[in-house]
Ligand binder design. Sequence first.
Ligand code: SF4
Ligand code: SF4
Length: 435
Amino acid sequence: METNFSEKQLGDAKNKSSEKILRKCVHCGFCNATCPTYELLGDELDGPRGRIYLIKDMLENNKPANENIVKHIDRCLSCYSCMTTCPSGVNYMHLIDHGRNHIEKTYTRPLYDRFLRNFLSWVLTSTFNFRIISIITLFVKPLGFLFPKKIREMMNLMPVKFPKKTLPQMTLYPAEKRKKPVARIALLTGCVQKVISPQINEATIRLLNRHGVEVIVPKSVNCCGSLDHHLGKEKKSKEVFKNNITIWYDEYLNNGLDAIISNTSGCGTTLKDYGFIFRSDKDFKKKAKKISELTKDISEYLDGNVKLNFIKNKKIEKKYKIAYHSACSMQHGQKIHKEPMNLIKKTGNEVIEIPDGHICCGSAGTYNLLQSDIAKKLLKNKISNIEKIKPEIISTGNVGCISQISNATKIPILHTVEIIDWYTGGPKPKILERI
Ligand code: SF4
Ligand code: SF4
């Protein structure tokens, strides 16, 4: 695609990167065919190619965003299905991130929108705030009819009961039965995940410890910064990124780290992008690149680095039909698809792919809260595709998808790591007690 940035504009590192991306696009439109919002809404501007034009126009012409541009950019799920399809290697992820930052700088959203976005950023990035709001929700829910539609929907999605933690909160979980661990990793335990699904981190820690891996959980690393990053809140997300980079890099230098493990693919995608985000920051460039290089999704790490001891278990006689839901951030963001399926296959269970598995379930960070009508349609389609193949269990690697899908089906849904933990000596996941 021809671009018309001035020399002065190209002096800006972000414009320079975006220009390179834009030049790769040959406007073939193949990406539209796999874009969930284009498929649902049928408008060129709700597909990747249309959005690319909108962003190009804003950036090249120093144009502030307007209501129409914001509507179409906000409808993008950041699922990156278009990136998997694009034959020219257009990095849509970096372009839409730039577009979102431009919107936040040049457009004043209506008051109610600003309130909602700030509120979500405040609630979902802090476990403390999340707990407070869930308690308030418990009392206010009966009066839900008095609130606007979006707030009512958020109340309905807000969990009011949380599972009990079964592992003590520590900063170091030593490898079992070994004086010297086979590896040392830092685990990102996430912000909301550790409150609503603590069993995911617990399964990860148990499984790694049992296989000789020492796990550290630095106290001051909480959120990965992804949520604010996707809301276009550049300043706040960069503060979080810098905090995490500093802590992990110090740990890497002083005590050694073989990997940084994420068990939420949405967070892992952002961690792997820290290097790009800080590409022109002289203080953080090198450190951020190292953190991205060290980051691995738990399924990627287990499949490539750990010799798993599956137990020939008399207690686990039943074999299950497991549908694998490939989260967008996992398959399109990190290009990890075979690894989790390989792991599940090794348990002896049957693994099946979901029809139209490349299409998002509608969760997408805060998308199901901010764009609930589109998210509901995507969820309905996802559930219908899952139910067509009649699985007994659904497995996935992203807590957002787990919450979204479990709201619409009775089929139990587990994080892949819970299955692997169980088949290598961990406890049977509680949710399976009912089947
Ligand atoms: S598939 Fe790639 S090259 Fe073709 S229009 Fe989409 S982004 Fe551009
Ligand atoms: S990220 Fe997803 S929703 Fe956004 S343009 Fe690409 S395919 Fe469409």
